[in-house]
Design a protein around this ligand. Structure first.
Ligand code: ZN
Length: 374
């Protein structure tokens, strides 16, 4: 029997306007061509297009989703921060950093994005389908309880997860394979023993006031949450082989041990070979295999309950194809779209050593952090 996949989407997410310039910086006086900001509606239009028109279209069911209310937002974010966003006049823009732009009307759009993630999570948790995907922007995984960061304002997964918890869910796991560190999600659950947060990312480190977390292996959680955060800062140039081995050898054992009731994936495609914001080499095949593994892990640990929420992915065409491949993977469908661009070579020398070092560093950091907190 062909499995169905629930997609939560509202076209208002196209209206979040991040402006134009020299990529994510201000326009150059020397260049005649001005680009759209990398986190733009074109990327979502292509993702929406490939899901509506691509081979997978026949197994998707589309839902309009809900809108997050203040109470929903404030389960993850500080009330003062939510108020700060809510009080921005609807016709005004605000720059939260040089690259994190809140456009006219973005508050309502951000509420909708969080609501779509909430609806996807509730749909799966209630057993209506095993897998759901929320096609949203702006992304959420850098948004911390009290601040915006990295194109993100509300932490869509954090808000969805807290909504389920308010309804009785006890344990969950979040696997973040966006190419950037899921620092906002890490921060929100850093002292929480019930929520396992795992982030696979390129080793970009901290990036200023809005992003003090380093994404290093030694950030393992705090207090009761020690051991419940796993960071895997992959070297630049990591591709399909590295990501899949890391998933199998580091991520799967952690999730198995945690025994979540539901698995969330912060599903960015900016670890693809052609992403302007990433330096990694995942191909469509890699995303397909990550999708398959996420599904098989959810089947094993949490009765197949799997929620994917869109994060980054800035190669306007390739990200859409990588998304299609991911979703075919999560419903165990044969991969049906050819990869028009898979020609980059991955260097896997040093991968064995990386896996051994990362596992040992995490275990050592957990023991050290426990010792320091006693
Ligand atoms: Zn990203």
């Amino acid at each position: 029997m062909t499995e169905r996949l629930a997609v939560f989407f509202d076209p208002c997410v196209f209206n979040h306007d991040t402006g134009q310039g020299f990529f994510e910086a201000k326009a150059s006086p020397y260049l005649p061509v001005i680009e759209t900001h990398p986190e733009n509606s074109e990327r979502l239009r292509n993702m929406h297009g490939v899901l509506k028109n691509g081979p997978i279209a026949e197994v998707l069911d589309w839902y309009p989703g809900e809108t997050a209310e203040r109470a929903d937002l404030q389960r993850f974010h500080l009330a003062s921060y939510v108020e700060e966003l809510a009080s921005i006049p609807v016709n005004e823009s605000r720059a939260f950093s040089s690259t994190t732009i809140f456009g006219p009307g973005s508050y309502e759009i951000c509420r909708k994005a969080a609501g779509l993630a909430m609806s996807a999570a509730s749909h799966v948790y209630a057993g209506r389908d095993r897998v759901a995907y929320a096609l949203v922007r702006p992304p959420g995984h850098h948004a911390q309880p009290e601040m915006a960061d990295g194109y993100c304002f509300f932490n869509n997964i954090g808000i969805a997860l807290e909504k389920l918890r308010a309804q009785g869910m006890k344990t969950a796991a979040v696997i973040d394979w966006d190419v950037h560190h899921g620092n906002g999600t890490q921060e929100g659950f850093y002292e929480d023993p019930d929520i396992l947060t795992v982030s696979l990312h390129m080793n970009h480190g901290a990036w200023g006031e809005t992003h003090p977390q380093t994404g290093a292996v030694d950030e393992v959680g705090k207090g009761n949450g020690i051991g419940k955060n796993l960071n895997i800062p992959l070297p630049y140039g990591a591709g399909d082989t590295a990501y899949l081995r890391v998933f199998d050898e580091l991520v799967v054992p952690m999730v198995r041990q945690h025994q979540p009731e539901i698995l969330f994936i912060a599903a960015g495609q900016d670890a693809s070979q052609f992403d302007p914001n990433g330096r990694q080499l995942l191909s469509m095949k890699g995303f397909y295999e990550l999708g398959k593994r996420a599904r098989s892990l959810a089947d094993e640990c949490c009765d197949g309950k799997l929620v994917l929420v869109q994060e980054g992915g800035y190669a306007v065409s390739y990200a859409a194809y990588c998304l299609h491949a991911t979703l075919e993977g999560v419903i165990n469908r044969t991969a049906s779209l050819p990869d028009p661009l898979a020609y980059m070579q991955e260097d896997t020398a040093g991968l064995d050593d990386f896996l051994v070092r990362t596992r040992a560093s995490h275990e050592l950091a957990v023991a050290t952090t426990r010792g320091e907190s006693n």
